[in-house]
Design a protein around this ligand. Structure first.
Ligand code: TXA
Ligand code: MG
Length: 315
């Protein structure tokens, strides 16, 4: 039976034993295992039912580790790490062969992140190991932001979930690639384009969808109940005989608050057996870009009113 624990020593032992453990990070909960050992990393893919072509982020405790697992690291990585690490930013650089191929799905690049969650920081220092960790949801589903939600996702698949409280960010890290002498955002996250450009100047405008990146599939973060995006809640007001769940952004004051609650709200609505859930998008600027990206990936399509008729346009 899967247990929620608060004793970091138990988690350290479990990681050293070669097992995967549910771990808190400031963004979302992860499913962590010793990144140096291919036989333990495979357990992550199995527990999540994650396709083996989708590479994992390696979590390390300090910038010194970057040169152990990455090489030819550009100056811009150090500048950004100086500004935002430990924190919700992931750097993709060339990989050394210290890290087994299964972690990076055979790619010659590696994703490195220094998380800021104090419990995870202690786990990284006490174990002395780099931790490969994707979000701790079953593949394609909503990322968990509390230990209880990890249990809902992975009960019976792992022995322990280390409880570090509710995540303080609520959505995943910003993934930035530094390959090919060009800086590009592969996944929008808490650290915004503006945050990045403030430190290293203008970066490529290519949208993640146009960049071939493993794991950036169209469908992700999805609830079981169909989610549709709408331009305004008025559109569904006239619908009778359907149970509709609403993602309500009006109740939050800032985009940070929306990011913090997005996955939890979606998960709660998903439990209520609605016929469908609807959501408006948020303003497409700053952190709103990352929030809208999650909504786009989680939804089945759009609902529109055309000539007084409600039309569903599937993705
Ligand atoms: O905030 C986060 O990043 C969380 C916490 C647990 O750290 N982790 C997370 O991991 O969101 P995951 O596996 O759910 O998403 C990692 C993303 C995937 O889209 C993956 O394809 C991409 O990063 N990625 C990892 N390594 C890569 C690489 N070498 N090249 C390109 N994309 C990579
Ligand atoms: Mg994920």
């Amino acid at each position: 039976m899967t247990k929620i624990i608060t004793d970091i020593n138990i988690a350290v032992k479990e990681i050293k034993k070669g097992n995967a453990v549910g771990i808190p990070t400031e963004t979302v909960y992860g499913l962590g295992a010793n990144a140096l050992d291919k036989n333990t990393v495979i357990k992550i893919f199995e527990a999540k039912d994650r396709p083996k072509f989708n590479p994992l982020i390696v979590h390390v405790r300090s910038i010194d580790c970057f040169t152990k697992y990455g090489k030819n690291i550009p100056e811009n990585v150090y500048k950004l790490a100086d500004a935002y690490s430990p924190g919700p930013i992931t750097f993709i650089v060339q990989k050394t062969n210290v890290i087994p191929d299964i972690v990076t799905a055979g790619n010659t690049s590696i994703a490195l992140r220094i998380p800021s969650h104090p419990v995870l920081m202690t786990l990284l220092s006490e174990s002395g190991l780099p931790l490969a960790a994707p979000s701790a949801n079953r593949s394609g589903r909503i990322s968990p932001t509390s230990a209880k939600e990890v249990l809902e996702e992975l009960s019976g698949k792992i022995e322990y979930i280390l409880d570090g409280g509710k995540c303080s960010v609520g959505i995943e890290s910003t993934v930035v690639t530094f390959l090919e002498n060009d800086v590009k955002i592969l996944r929008h996250g808490f650290i915004t384009r503006k945050d990045i450009e403030k430190v290293i100047g203008k970066i490529s405008n290519a949208t993640p969808e146009k960049i071939i990146s493993p794991g950036q599939s169209k469908n992700h973060y999805a609830p079981s109940t169909p989610l549709y995006l709408i331009e305004s809640y008025d559109i569904v007001n006239s619908i009778k005989n359907k149970r509709i769940g609403y993602l309500d952004w009006q109740k939050y004051k800032t985009l940070k608050e929306i990011a913090l609650n997005l996955f939890e709200d979606l998960r709660k609505l998903d439990k209520n057996k609605y016929d469908f859930i609807v959501s408006e998008k948020v303003e497409e600027s700053g952190l709103g870009v990352a929030i809208n990206d999650r909504l786009e990936k989680a939804c089945r399509g759009r609902m529109k009113m055309i000539s007084n008729e409600l039309i569903v346009i599937k993705k």
